[in-house]
Design a protein around this ligand. Structure first.
Ligand code: G3D
Ligand code: MG
Length: 187
């Protein structure tokens, strides 16, 4: 059984915890790690017809200091970067979050899926991050990862309605498998 540690990244209140809850279903249990200042929850999924265990890490509150976040990223093989489509500043922080994760593994060496969350609020909001901006970020990051066997797709989600939530995690799992295969074949 393959276990994949994946980390949720992004500013406070963009919906990271809600997305994880939606994906796990009601009544899941999580385990808090004092050293990491975060908790993880386990979910088994089938990806490319193989059973995989996701260990999904979520920061407890917003940890301010980058040094503390090191342990959070340690051993992560994938990340979901989440921003709020109605809060542009949460999108502009993308590179900072993603590079912090990549600092651990080497630039481009850890699959990432970009999630534009709260898509259900898009029509009600005056401020917006356009789909085209999400796509452009995806394209930019994918230039750095393609040689490692995967892209960094952009997906619009809603933790409220459930739109694309399972899809986001499954695509991340698929890209992790692609990455591991590419890495193995190069050894
Ligand atoms: P975080 O873990 O990234 O800090 P949370 O974010 O999951 O705690 O979500 C912050 C707030 O946004 C919560 O509202 C949550 O219900 C809401 N939220 C999360 N995802 C969505 C979404 O897709 N659509 C809408 N409409 N709301 C969402 P409260 O009011 O509990 O603070
Ligand atoms: Mg949270």
């Amino acid at each position: 059984m393959v276990t994949m540690k994946v980390a949720l990244l992004g500013d406070g209140a963009v919906g990271k915890t809600s997305l994880r809850e939606r994906f796990m279903g009601k009544g899941f249990s999580s385990h808090y790690s004092l050293t990491v200042g975060a908790d993880f929850a386990i979910k088994r999924v089938i990806i490319f017809e193989r059973p995989i265990t996701f260990q999904i890490w979520d920061l407890a509150g917003q940890v301010r200091f980058k040094e503390v976040r090191k342990a959070y990223y340690n051993g992560a093989i994938g990340g979901l970067f989440v921003f709020d489509v109605t809060r542009p500043e949460s999108f502009f922080n993308a590179t900072s979050w993603i590079h912090e994760l990549w600092t651990n593994n080497g630039i481009g060496r850890c699959p990432i899926v970009i999630l534009g969350n709260k898509s259900d609020l898009r029509d009600k909001s005056t401020e917006q991050v356009l789909s085209e901006q999400g796509m452009a970020l995806s394209e930019e990051l994918s230039k750095l990862t393609r040689k490692h066997g995967f892209n960094c797709p952009y997906i619009e989600t809603s933790a409220k309605t459930g739109k694309n939530v399972t899809k986001a995690f499954v695509i991340l799992g698929e890209n992790i498998i692609r990455y591991l295969k590419a890495r193995k074949s190069r050894e």
